[in-house]
Design a protein around this ligand. Structure first.
Ligand code: PMP
Length: 446
């Protein structure tokens, strides 16, 4: 169906046209392009609370929250104030500053890790954690050079991790199809260093570890998957993950999406997992560019300047980004009731969507945990990539466009989580469900 009316998106359309002249695809990150759902992206002029306002002055109820960071909602007063307080003192020093210490103290205390290194994105966090794992394990066992990841998990865009990856790679399926690597430009020799197992398949993981465990430096995983849509780990899969350590590999939890979202101690805290290294991003920067990785001192001290594993960053520990992260985590710690509310609202949203879809005769399966939710347009359980990939993406796309026309900005991909924020209200949920009802109903019309 066409865009609502040309005039309502005139400015966004004009900006998109110009953007395409000077930016590949007109966007600086692929899933923003609306390529899989059709239509052209809205250019956002401002964001406040749970509302996005586009260049044409249209408002949308936001469920992407900048793809995760905005758990408190946009333009939160405490976060804005913290950035304003930091701003007059300079924006980057290339030398240590107090806020790095404060944020590192807060993160280690909340997550039970000993040391943390700040970087500027989730991609840097996972890439660095893997190098560290290889370096650390390689001290005594240099033969361990492989990484094991799970199909449909996404860990950023470092070469070795663009193998059977989720998120935009699942959404914008390319000519490479499902085979590893998932991106052109990744030499097969790099990709060959990454082994892939099926998520939620405990026996498969045990088998692979039995065969190749002695060659594996690290197993990296999303403790709750957001990047194939939401996938919830089963108890026996979590137990199999723990067994990985018995085989001498390090366990790396990628909490870039789930950290400080599913609880103050992340998905690992919620699920009782004890990884060797943890990666963070998104919420830890409160909407400014921050990533981090951390773990026991014994491992973390293997990083430069103490150790032989090199990792650095011009803008790492940036004072504005540290200020935004500190303010966000401080708010979450001050009012842990936020998590209870997020879970309650998200569960209500999930139940409402299931009911409305059933009434309209549209098969969907809703996976939800905490403030994360995916409505898969298919029938039956969704526990791993293969099941998620069966979703009716054409139906989803049509539904997405109807939601957008109804004023709800859902994630523009079937294979992503949406995020409920502390700024969403019961009235917002009602608004969403009424838009969803009409979107489901229209799906059934010829
Ligand atoms: N890991 C996970 C689990 C993620 O969800 C993402 C981003 N969606 C990344 C890593 C990469 O983070 P960034 O986009 O900040 O590089």
């Amino acid at each position: 169906s066409p865009a609502p009316t040309a005039s309502l998106t005139a400015r966004s359309d004009a900006l998109f046209k110009r953007a395409q002249q000077v930016i590949p695809g007109g966007v600086n990150s692929p899933v923003r392009a609306f390529k899989s759902v059709g239509g052209s992206p809205r250019f956002i002029a401002r964001a406040d609370g749970a509302t996005l306002t586009d260049a044409d002055g249209q408002n949308y109820l936001d469920y992407i929250g900048s793809w995760g960071p905005m758990i408190l909602g946009h333009n939160h007063p405490a976060v804005r104030q913290a950035i304003q307080d930091a701003l007059p003192f300079g924006t980057s020093f290339g030398a240590p500053n107090e806020r790095e210490v404060l944020l590192a103290e807060l993160v280690t205390r909340l997550t039970g890790t000993e040391k943390v290194r700040f970087v500027s994105s989730g991609t840097e966090a996972t890439m660095s954690a893997l190098r560290l794992a290889r370096g650390f394990v390689g001290q005594t066992e240099p033969g361990r050079k492989y990484t094991l990841k799970f199909r449909g998990n996404y860990h950023g865009h470092a070469d070795a991790l663009l193998v059977e990856a989720g998120s935009g790679l699942m959404t914008n399926a390319t000519s490479l199809g499902g085979a590893a690597p998932s991106s052109a430009g990744v030499p097969p020799e790099y990709a060959a260093l990454t082994l892939v197992a099926e998520y939620n398949d405990a026996a498969g993981l045990d088998d692979l570890m039995a065969q190749r465990g002695h060659e594996i430096a690290a197993v990296i995983f999303e403790p709750v998957v957001g990047n194939a849509g939401v996938l919830i780990p089963s108890a026996d899969f979590l137990a199999a993950l723990h067994r990985v350590r018995g085989a001498g590999a390090l366990l790396i939890a990628d909490e870039v999406m789930t950290g400080f979202r599913l609880s103050l101690s992340g998905a690992t805290g919620l699920l009782g997992l004890e990884p060797d290294l943890t990666c963070w991003g998104k919420i830890i920067g409160g909407g400014l560019p921050v990533g981090a990785y951390g773990g026991r001192s014994e491992i973390m001290d293997f990083v430069s300047p103490l150790g032989p594993v090199y990792q650095a960053g011009t803008l790492s520990g940036n004072p504005l980004a540290m200020a935004a992260g500190l303010a966000t985590l401080t708010e979450l710690e001050r009012d842990p009731g936020i998590y209870t509310q997020l879970e309650r609202y998200t569960a209500a949203l999930g139940a409402g969507l299931s009911d409305l879809a059933a009434q309209a005769g549209v098969p969907i399966t809703v996976n939800t945990i905490g403030s994360m939710l995916t409505a898969f347009f298919l029938e039956g359980d969704v526990q791993h990539y293969g099941q998620a990939a069966r979703a009716d993406t054409a139906a989803f796309s049509q539904w997405f466009r109807a939601m957008l026309a109804g004023g709800v900005y859902w994630a523009p991909s079937q294979f992503e989580s949406i995020f409920v924020s502390a700024a969403h209200t019961p009235a917002d949920l009602d608004f969403t469900l009424s838009a969803a009802q009409s979107a489901f109903t229209h799906l059934k019309e010829p």
